[in-house]
Design a protein around this ligand. Sequence first.
Ligand SMILES: Nc1ncnc2c1ncn2[C@@H]1O[C@H](COP(=O)(O)OP(=O)(O)OP(=O)(O)O)[C@@H](O)[C@H]1O
Length: 634
Amino acid sequence: MTEVPASAVLNDGSDHTKKSKKRRREDILKDAVGNGDFGGSKPSKEERREAKRLKKLGEERGAGPETDEVLQINGNVGEVEKAAANGDKSESKLSKEARKEARRLKKLAKEQENGHAVAEQLPSNNSVNGIDKASDKATLKAEKARLKAEKKSAKTENTDGGSQPNSTKGTFDSGSGYVKDQVLAALPQSEIDDFLSTNFITISDPTSSTNLRPITQFSHLPTHHTTSPSPFTAFKSPTPIQSAAWPFLLSGRDVIGVAETGSGKTLAFGVPCIRSITSSSRTRGSPARAVIVSPTRELAAQIHTQMETLASPAHLSTVCVYGGVPKDPQRLALKTAHIIVATPGRLNDLINEGSADLSNVNYVVLDEADRMLDKGFEEEIRKIIATTPTKGRQTLMFTATWPPSVRDLASTFMKTPVHISIGADNPTGELRANTKITQLVEVVDPRQKETRLLQLLKQHQGAGATKNDRILVFCLYKKEAARIESFLSARGMKAAGIHGDMSQDKRTASLSAFKTGTCPLLVATDVAARGLDIPAVKAVINVTFPLTVEDYVHRIGRTGRAGADGLAITLFTEHDKAQSGALINVLRAAGQEIPEELLRFGTTVKKKGHEAYGAFYKGPGVGGKKEGTKIKFD
Ligand SMILES: Nc1ncnc2c1ncn2[C@@H]1O[C@H](COP(=O)(O)OP(=O)(O)OP(=O)(O)O)[C@@H](O)[C@H]1O
């Protein structure tokens, strides 16, 4: 695979496209240090001088303990690894000696699976790229001593290489080969602190001494990610969850990522997935290296599309595995797929019959993780994870809602996960709705719901300019969704439906009609509540409140995505009063108006009434009640 320099493919409006004086200096440093051409000529005197000057500059600007020495070590390892990984001798510009060195270091890195150990070996390679390091010997010595001491004291929780030991202030970040970009490393700490606080990023790392800087620009990603075409061309910069999660994920850490709906979590776990696979050295057995599990077919299909965009430039193949469609094409694709995106039921079917083999999978993602760990899916997830290797596996959980009820279970699948949460005053990842969404709650008589729905639709999707605005209407039950759809159609409104009683073909057609705008009104159950990224949904209307307030947060999250404003209107009745306290908390946390009538239902937050989220629950009864015979949850 050809490495494409970040600056050549990114169009993110960053400074990297500008050939400023400063940039030219950075280029020199990069050539001399980061992108050392081992076989080429040694850096000139002038370049060495420039590198030293930049180092000094970095120190003056408060780059902290990250000396050029360390940067240089990182640069060397990155390049050496890259060179070794490429293994393209004919095209390589490396000298024989440098190639040998590259192989030696690669072997060493693999054997030790520990960045510190590699770093300790590096001083003997001082001359690899010809930079004179004599003047920094003292610094290096101190750094070596620190690394040694840290290594000694680091509690290596997992001896299997899954999670990495403590990093060295984010300079040599881990044995996984993540090397911090030099421009990022040179940023003053105050700038990083500002970024973290402005974006309300809270990172808790049980290994405590890890201090990885958020990747604040796409150009700070290791070059392996700047494939052509770039997946980031439409975006200006990484979202907070992407910035914060990427360095940890690229370092091989397990991560729990909690960030509001529509905040780019898919790319947050998707980008490092590619790196995880391309850096894997396994060549035998099943090609599958990563599995991403999602609760619904439509969401799996959506994630799959996004993963394909990331995977194909890296020459990786993907498969989407879900129920309701023939198995044969999935069986065939599984033979060559590196990345499996799946819903749990079908994936387990294919595992049981021997068509899916996860024995080489070392990157496991639970998207909508709280849903995946709830009772409805818990067993399926256990089975899937049990077929993946414990050794070397990276496990990721991403969601917008992280209720305490699933946290213990999550920890049984993870190794010292880093917990990253995004949101104002929300360091513990308490339930939060996207604050770009205006939430209106109307307390109504249950018998008036349909009439009121009709009025609202006329108001927000009437004639003229608003006629084609997309509105998503949520119901709780499949039968209810079908009834509301017929009710609206009978009154001349063009509505499509999506729920579990429909064939997959019809579900797909409805969603597609809504996405393309052929049908701007979609009536759905909670099957459409999570993850779906539909462009420009103007409003979400909840005809019936969901079973949990987490589902409420996800439902309304279909509007107001990627920084846009949104509107959510909820018809609340006395039947929903058990949820009033939790809803009030969500409204309050997002600074929304709380109607008097809602307050009258009470502010107490009841213990979660249902052991499973309704839309996906398969067992008998919810909340201790017997399951109805006629109406079933999806
Ligand atoms: N860095 C970025 N800048 C701007 N938009 C982005 C960026 N990354 C992703 N997006 C866009 O943001 C939208 C939402 O992304 P995504 O679906 O991953 O959100 P999410 O956090 O997973 O939401 P949910 O919690 O609802 O599943 C998508 O349209 C995606 O293309």
